[in-house]
Design a protein around this ligand. Sequence first.
Ligand code: BGC
Length: 771
Amino acid sequence: MKNYIKADEWNIIEEDFDPHLNKISESLFSIGNGRMGQRANFEETYSGETLQGNYVAGVYYPDKTRVGWWKNGYPEYFAKVLNAANWIGLEIDIEGGLLDLFTCKVSNFKRVLNMKEGTLSRIFTAELKSGKIIQVEAIRFCSIAEDELAALHYKITAVNFDGNINITSFIDGDVRNQDANYEEKFWTEIKKEQGEDTDYLVLRTKKTEFDVCTASHTTIIYNDIKQNLKPVSKEKYVGKSAVIHAKQGSAVHIYKIAANLSSQNYDKEELLFTAKVKVERAVVQGFDQLLKAQTEAWAMKWKESDIIIEGDVKAQQAIRFNIFQLNQTYTGKDARLNIGPKGFTGEKYGGSTYWDTEAYCIPFYLSTAPEIVAKNLLVYRYKQLDKAIENAEKLGFKTGAALYPMVTMNGEECHNEWEITFEEIHRNGAIAFAIYNYTRYTGDENYLAQYGLEVLIGIARFWKQRVNWSADKQKYVMLGVTGPNEYENNINNNWYTNKLAAWCLKYTIEAASVVKLQEPEKYNAILEKTKLREQSEFEDWTAIVNQMYYPYDEKEGVFLQQDGFMDKEQILVKDLPAQDRPLNQKWSWDRILRSCFIKQADVLQGMYFFEDEYDLETLRKNFVFYESRTVHESSLSPCVHSILAAKLSDEEKAYEFYLRTARLDLDDYNNDTEDGLHITSMAGTWMSIVEGFAGMRVRNHQLSFSPFLPKAWNAFSFSIGFRGVQLKVKITATQVWILNNSAGALEISIFNQLYNVPPGEKVIDYKKQLA
Ligand code: BGC
């Protein structure tokens, strides 16, 4: 655990430069705009440890699978989002000495991620080996207002000398992914072009043939005079250079306005021309105007999604950091894009889509962004339905059964560990649950007719074929699966997967009847397209729903993780020696598999999804049993525990679990922030506050709350959108304060009592009601 980030409500601040922390800071100070993003690499040369990272959403490379023992059904490749051309590059040479913070003496260093305005800035003083001292002030951003644009301003002041500063501003496309399986480079150069102040580099990805044009316009100003620039270029590299005869105390200003355009959105032939137009327009606007648009766009994002925590600056900083990163990663403008577990902040997980999106991220975007944002995440899966059907066919399923991939970029499976690829099929259920969650929250049942039902039918058909009838149990069973708990594989009757499968079948039948009633013509078209044999298939599905086997332990009175779970030696996490944790680093895999320790919420994940089916006593028993056996070695786990603990009125536990994710990256809890941020678990932190502490739910088309205030806080408030209405909700120790910004009244339930909330403010004393 580290503790070097200064507490501040709106900023992430690092003071003093420590090269050992640099890769962590590169992740923490990452910036992005949903279309592109980058780690907080330095603009200037850095010869110390660094993970260079610039990413363009949706542009990936199918890296040939590397695996020890090939199994039929494995995908041929793992699609990874690519490290793309680095547009921020500046080489600063001061009379033969390179500015490089690894070799210079650095003082007054401060790096700030301004979350309110969406900028990354840095100031520092550097003394070169020659004794020459310069001061640098730099600021940059990826524009969230115009997501193909980015810009930087870099100011160098000669502190103690008169002399030549040789500046090269460049785009470098000769980059590689650190996680490349065969150390290949994934880009080839297609074209480059240079104007007086502009540089354009068009690169093409091998195999997938995406073209990306990275463009940059450089302006160097000294003594108010714009300097003449000299073009420089080599393979996959273009830039401009200038020599400034700097006087002591005077400053050189470098401005770069950059664009990244990809052939996903433009004809390849037009890419360079379109980039030119974009950059020229942006140059007319100028850096200050682009920055103003950035600030305004972020103000809008914060209006929709901010959470304010009163009385705890570190908690305030943490939740804003989580919200900021989620908003930088996905903006919902393009249904071909999704949310990689590390977003644009690192290479781990390949930038691909996991079940994390549906299980954890959807609630955040549903509440904090216009409906279309969450909808586009669902449409992403709809567009990949054919591939999910193909994927299932490859594994031997038939007649339109769909198995969505565990890891994907374009709908094809990328993952190749049999116990995950073939067995972690619960992901299919999360995709169906997200459809339910979306319609429950938005009331947009039309989605079912438009897209949802087809996906549900494919998923239902998969479950139908995946279960089998056990003559012994006289029940349907599901064999050879891995639940969310990856610490045991190839198990039979994982309670969560069985539950989810039966729920999917039931929900698909319900969704079908909604569509049939509301849009009969569309329904018939779906029947025809999917060749659904309504009566017989529904009968089969209903039989499974009614006769699914759910492992249960009578003695403990809990749903059982899986068949045979009680045969394991039942040790509790509290009895594990501290030096054994985390298990995945300290124990052999074999020992983990045989132990009763659970990696992440599994039975409890199901009880969270389907909470209305269980009374508090059932929940309490299961919570106590599983919480004491769960090691939370996935960052996705604590949020579910936090929400359920809140529901059980265990306020301390709810807060304790919240703390485990809130500052996970800021304090580098797991010693892995340098690989990138845990973007998808950040949504879980948001859920812990809104669904946990505030107890927000949507039931019968109404918002309901059952709040409590964590002891460490004075109050907390959050902004949400619900069915076209923008609301602000503030929770204090005794009251719920609601600001209804719409023209009409809303019915809101607090601890199951209905209140009419007219436009404007309303205060409800919940403690009195509880008393
Ligand atoms: C978790 C998975 C998750 C993946 C990506 C793994 O450690 O066990 O549930 O999908 O990380 O976040």
